[in-house]
Design a protein around this ligand. Structure first.
Ligand code: NA7
Length: 543
């Protein structure tokens, strides 16, 4: 039966939510095709991750030259990266430059939070409720919400009672924060805490680091990129992106494909010595593949890194506290550091081991542990995110029959290709949970997924389709594939955001398991989604 209500045009053909790296590129692709699209952004400016995370030390740990967009040769030639691992202010300038260059700002609406998105089945449209009271409709909804954009505070009592300044690193104030001479507490030692602590230790008065579980970390080895080097990079961009496309992580670091146990131990150690002094994720990703899958191989690498920590931290008791004992090197997302371990050799830096003296509550003057009250002027929460699915769950997304996405994902995300969800037609998620964008060098995964999503929209246009939806069978098969990929990796036993662990979110505590990302690597993912498209979007129902 023809659906007459569908003839009422929505306000927009496509609404993109989020002006981060993904939303910016997605909007550009849509506008290029002449699609009637708008972008809604909660913040007062664009940049997503690089708009919000203004904490000292925030920077890429992907090489800058592999992080920028690759879609425009002109853009590649116009932009000069100044550092191997560029810092937040420059990264934000880059994204602003991109938005200006492609004239995207007129199509972005800022300070615009989406509270709810409900699928109107009869009209085959999404209806959005905004915090400012407006309602907008669209045919296709593209949430480009970011993977680490729902910050979580600890569940300690008294957080609001603290009389000094306190904030989560994600919500670092845009106006300058004075830390000089202050008594500062940092809670959390993930990638964020490690960057922050390394940067501020020599600037604050006293710094107390509240560590519950140490993380493995290796040197970033950052450096400047001078004009001559940048000119060389510009001439090699094709080659650089070609390497990224061929590596599992979308980085310039290619795994060593020799068999771990066939390479003599002395040779392995020599290789690690070299990688440890080189920039970026080499020690993690240019390593033997067995370090991700074989306990014994991983233990050997972990012992090598532990010795590096012991060599860098003068106090052996402190050094032991900084060495993870509950997981091996690189099985959780690896933070990269700059003089992080040397920080603990400073007289003004104190490590508070929460395994020995847990936090009992936040007080008006500071932090009360089981041992004593520590007084502070500033408390910084580097306590992480409700990763990957959290940002989706903060919007009340309802599909066919009013089914809530939040409820559907209560035990973990369920998707097809990480980009579509059965029962949620015309919801397209280029960086969705269980996609490769979530587990690779983000912009590389993002460009791949945005291009695929845009091709799908073009295909639908060309064939007169207005509705697309994953089947439950295809969703089920994808879920099985994603789970199987976890099974072969040591990662499955770890407590990090790849397995959905977050002690501050009910249901995500220690021991819970959520299949958050696709671990098959970029080349396999690219081949899979290309094949799906070639087969007329197999697994999707188009009408
Ligand atoms: P992470 O990696 O999730 O780290 C959060 C840290 O905060 C971690 O050390 C946690 O310790 C700690 N944490 C969280 N809650 C508490 C409480 N309640 N008490 C004490 N310590 C706590 O987040 P990041 O922001 O550092 O990094 C996220 C990603 O950003 C990173 O992977 C990169 O991709 C960029 P726990 O492990 O829970 O004991």
């Amino acid at each position: 039966m023809p659906d007459n209500t569908a003839t009422v045009d929505p306000d927009f053909e496509v609404i993109v939510i989020g002006a981060g790296v993904c939303g910016i590129y997605q909007l550009h692709r849509l506008l290029d095709l002449g699609v009637n699209a708008t972008l809604l952004e909660t913040g007062s400016g664009l940049g997503g991750t690089w708009f919000w995370n203004r904490y000292p030390g925030a920077r890429f740990d992907s090489e800058s030259i592999s992080y920028g967009y690759s879609f425009s040769e002109e853009l590649l030639q116009e932009w000069d990266w100044k550092e191997r691992f560029s810092g937040q202010p420059e990264n934000l300038r880059y994204l602003e430059f991109v938005a200006e260059k492609f004239d995207l700002r007129p199509h972005m609406q800022f300070n615009c939070n989406v509270d709810a998105a409900v699928f109107d089945d009869a009209a085959s449209q999404w209806r959005l409720q905004l915090s400012d009271g407006r309602e907008l409709s669209c045919r296709f909804l593209i949430p480009a919400l970011g993977l680490l954009s729902a910050p979580t505070l600890p569940r300690y009592e008294g957080i609001d009672d603290f009389e000094g300044q306190s904030f989560h690193t994600y919500n670092w104030p845009a106006e300058p924060v004075t830390l000089e001479g202050k008594r500062v507490a940092v809670i959390g030692t993930g990638a964020t805490g490690i960057q922050l602590i390394g940067e501020i230790a020599d600037k604050v008065g006293e710094l107390s680091v509240f560590q519950r579980r140490p993380n493995w970390s290796a040197p970033l080895n950052n450096g400047q990129i001078d004009a001559a080097e940048m000119a060389g990079i510009k001439a090699r961009y094709d080659e650089i992106f070609d390497v990224c496309a061929r590596t599992p992580g979308g980085f310039i670091h290619q795994p060593d494909r020799r068999k771990f146990w066939e390479v003599p131990r002395e040779e392995r150690l020599a290789m690690w010595e070299k990688l440890y002094t080189e920039p970026g994720f080499g020690i993690w990703l240019a390593n033997f593949r067995e370090t991700f899958t074989d306990e014994a191989a991983n233990a050997e690498l972990s012992a090598f890194i532990a010795d590096k920590i012991r060599a860098r931290v003068h106090d052996p008791v402190v050094a032991e506290k900084l060495i993870p004992k509950d997981h091996g090197f690189g099985v959780q997302r690896l933070p990269l550091e700059t003089h992080y371990f040397e920080v603990y050799n400073r007289d003004n830096v104190h490590l508070v081991d929460l395994q020995e003296t847990p936090i009992e509550r936040i007080t008006p003057r500071g932090i009360l542990t089981s041992e004593r009250e520590h007084e502070f002027d500033v408390i910084i929460y580097a306590t992480g995110f409700d990763a990957v699915t959290g940002a989706y769950e903060r919007v009340d997304i309802r599909g066919v029959g009013g089914v809530s996405l939040r409820e559907k994902w209560v035990d973990g995300p369920v998707t097809y290709l990480g980009m579509q969800v059965a029962g949620f037609p015309n919801l397209l998620m280029p960086t969705g949970p269980q996609s490769a964008s979530a587990s690779t060098n983000f912009p590389r995964g993002i460009e791949l997924a945005v291009d695929w999503t845009t091709d799908l929209l073009e295909y639908m246009r060309a064939h007169g389709y207005t509705r697309v939806e994953a089947t439950t069978d295809s969703e089920h098969a994808w879920g099985k594939k994603v789970a199987e990929l976890y099974e072969i990796m040591l990662l499955r036993k770890s407590q990090g955001w790849f397995t959905g662990y977050n002690s501050n979110v009910p249901g995500h505590e220690q021991g819970s398991m959520r299949y958050q990302v696709y671990n098959g690597g970029t080349p396999k993912y690219r081949a899979t989604i290309a094949e799906v498209a070639e087969r007329g979007y197999e697994g999707l129902q188009l009408s």
